[in-house]
Design a protein around this ligand. Structure first.
Ligand code: ZN
Length: 630
């Protein structure tokens, strides 16, 4: 008998007869209980609770196929049960999972008090409702993901069962060694990638690309690993930015078949960014390292986890994601290896100060021996301006510019920074009755709609507003712009334009810039870091003219008479003080810190500061270095 079969036997003995258990299946790390008396199983909560406590696994109650109401009949029953106006959009069935996806704008009404309506639906129809919050404008990316998961539900079930068989193997009695190998983002920013190995498991933390990299340093050092990709057990993605997620589909192109773990918003946002990455590469006549097919493969193998949920990902590794405060869905990875043999925390990108949208990074962990920590702003001088002060400054610049009938152009990253700025502008509109229109262009539109779809990941007051159908991202001051409206908007004046890309290396912001830069009544405001060699950096540094292609492809000189401003306080990264503050708060303290994700001088400076202030063993590994942790 296999380990899984034995486990099933033991579980069977603990389930009361009344439940009429028909079978138990492993789906990923979940154990699914099929029952002919689902009402007993979901209404007597102690049954699942006791099993979870005894076996330390997650149990999912599910109706045995033979007891399901036929979909047409079930749909009628559901429509009778749910209240009249929940903004219901669709009801779709997944027979392989005995699940019914209900898309609606107002989920609160469907859930009912303490989930009463949900339980009623399952009791009466057998189907388990899966509620999908859907903003007025359903984000295209989310729609596409949900469609794939429903259409390919049979394939998805097969995949999850396969994962289950690998995870539920006999755990090793002892773990002799644990080691990490740096495959990217060491003494540099970009292409984050770490390999974590034990004699039993191989797990990858992030797989990113270096967006502005040359051919030689664009991708992680995958060629250096001495096993084939089908031996890799799991990939964990900390957050959606391409320097952490942009290389994952490539793995699927080259033999990887395993799961990719992340939060739900990360799964959605990284799909958006990866698709955009392919699009841009094609436009610039470059060969993208993968295509849409690989992204689809990734979606079918993605396993989304909430913060604080504990999940077995291999026979000897247990994963918990916690909030990192950096962008929507960003997480800190905690891995419990062996039964207490080693504990590793990987911060990913981190924010540990006040922001409009997200709570600061999580600091409490059950145990930590090794901490892998980012150091983007780890230099001695890397102090950012206070966010509240920056906010006042931005509002003042907008007021002055629009008072003289000018336009404010804010180049911004599509995901993260743009939404933080939108919250500030919306608050200014709501509290100060400031009625200047804000035109939102490019990917920012879609990314903002995705923020509205995941209120539970937002800070309390923003979350509350989204749940009450007043998403700040859907405020009347935001006008979503299509390509053919751009000329008209720049001619109009007295407005704010928020557009990617953040460093002006491409995107609609270039079109706006060409039209606005010549007039001294306009202002260009940089709200993020401008890397060396980018157009944004040149303008920020005070260049009075730049050469760009005009609409006919001719090189043309553009004079910059517009005002140029920079505000530093909106970063999604911790500055040097926040990094030190984070380490001070982290509990318990690790034995060793690997300092990564920063230019060489910053990484080294931060490692030295940590060592000096807290007397902890620090290392700034180089790419390709392996370090034995146990
Ligand atoms: Zn990031």
């Amino acid at each position: 008998m296999t380990y899984l079969e034995e486990l099933k036997e033991e579980i069977r003995e603990e389930v009361p007869e009344e439940v009429m258990l028909t079978k138990i299946e492993a789906e990923g790390s979940d154990l699914v209980l099929y029952s002919k008396n689902i009402s007993k199983l979901i209404n007597d909560e102690t049954i699942i609770k006791n099993l979870a406590k005894k076996f330390k696994k997650r149990f999912i109650p599910r109706t045995d196929e033979s007891m399901l109401q036929p979909p047409e009949k079930a749909k009628e029953t559901i429509e009778e049960i749910i209240p009249k106006d929940p903004g219901l959009k669709s009801i779709e069935f997944s027979p392989s999972f005995s699940r019914v996806a209900i898309k609606a704008e107002k989920l609160g009404l469907i859930i009912g008090k303490n989930g009463k309506t949900i339980r009623e639906i399952t009791t009466k129809t057998g189907w388990k409702p899966q509620l999908q919050r859907t903003p007025k404008e359903e984000p295209q990316t989310l729609k596409a993901i949900r469609k794939i998961l429903i259409e390919e539900e049979k394939e998805r079930k097969k995949i999850l069962k396969g994962f289950g068989e690998k995870i539920f193997k006999e755990p090793p009695e002892e773990i002799d060694w644990v080691r990490t190998t740096s495959l990217g983002a060491n003494r540099e920013v970009g292409r984050s990638c770490f390999l974590l190995e034990t004699p039993e498991s191989k797990v990858m933390l992030d797989a990113g690309v270096k967006i502005d990299g040359k051919d030689s340093d664009k991708y992680p050092y995958l060629s250096s690993i001495n096993f084939s990709l089908d031996e890799l057990d799991a990939v964990i993605v900390s957050h959606a930015h391409l320097d952490h997620s942009g290389f994952v589909p490539y793995l699927y192109n080259y033999g990887y078949e395993g799961p990719v773990y992340s939060t739900k918003p990360t799964r959605t946002l990284m799909t958006l960014l990866q698709k955009d990455f392919i699009k841009i590469a094609k436009r610039e006549a470059e060969n993208p390292p993968y295509d849409e097919k690989s992204i689809k493969k990734q979606i079918l193998r993605s396993i989304a986890k909430g913060y604080g949920e504990v999940t077995d990902i291999t026979p000897d590794m247990r994963l918990t994601l916690q909030n990192a405060g950096h962008i929507l869905g960003s997480s800190i990875t905690h891995l419990h290896i062996g039964e207490g043999a080693h504990n590793l925390v990987y911060t990913g990108d981190l924010k540990f100060g006040y922001t409009e949208m997200l709570n600061p990074a999580h600091t409490d962990f059950p145990r930590i021996e090794t901490l892998i920590m980012e150091s983007t702003y780890g230099g001695q001088e890397d102090r950012q301006q206070d966010t509240r002060k920056s906010k006042k400054e931005l509002v003042k610049i907008i007021k002055e510019t629009t008072d003289r009938n000018g336009t404010v152009l804010i180049p911004s990253f599509g995901v993260g920074r743009a939404q933080a700025i939108m919250l500030i502008l919306e608050e200014n509109h709501r509290k100060n009755n400031f009625n200047v229109p804000v035109y939102v262009d490019g990917m920012i539109k879609e990314a903002s709609a995705i923020h509205t779809a995941y209120p539970e990941h937002l800070k309390k007051n923003v979350k509350k507003r989204v749940l009450h159908d007043k998403s700040p991202f859907e405020s009347e001051i935001f006008k979503m712009v299509d390509r053919d409206q751009r000329d008209e908007i720049t001619d109009r004046g007295k407005s704010v334009i928020l557009s990617p890309s953040g460093m002006m290396s491409g995107g609609p912001v270039i079109d706006y810039f060409k039209k606005l830069c010549g007039d001294s009544k306009n202002t260009i405001v940089f709200v993020g870091y401008q890397a060396q060699g980018t157009l944004g950096r040149k303008i920020e540094k005070g260049n009075k003219e730049v050469v760009l292609e005009d609409q006919n492809g001719e090189l043309t000189e553009y004079k910059i008479n517009a005002d140029v401003k920079s505000i530093s306080g909106f970063s999604g990264h911790a500055d040097i003080n926040e990094l030190l503050g984070y380490y001070k708060k982290i509990n318990p303290k690790p034995e060793k810190v690997l300092v990564v994700h920063g230019e060489e001088s910053k990484t080294k400076n931060f490692a030295k500061s940590l060592n000096y202030k807290f007397n902890v063993d620090t290392i700034s590994p180089r790419n390709l270095e392996s370090i034995r942790l146990k």
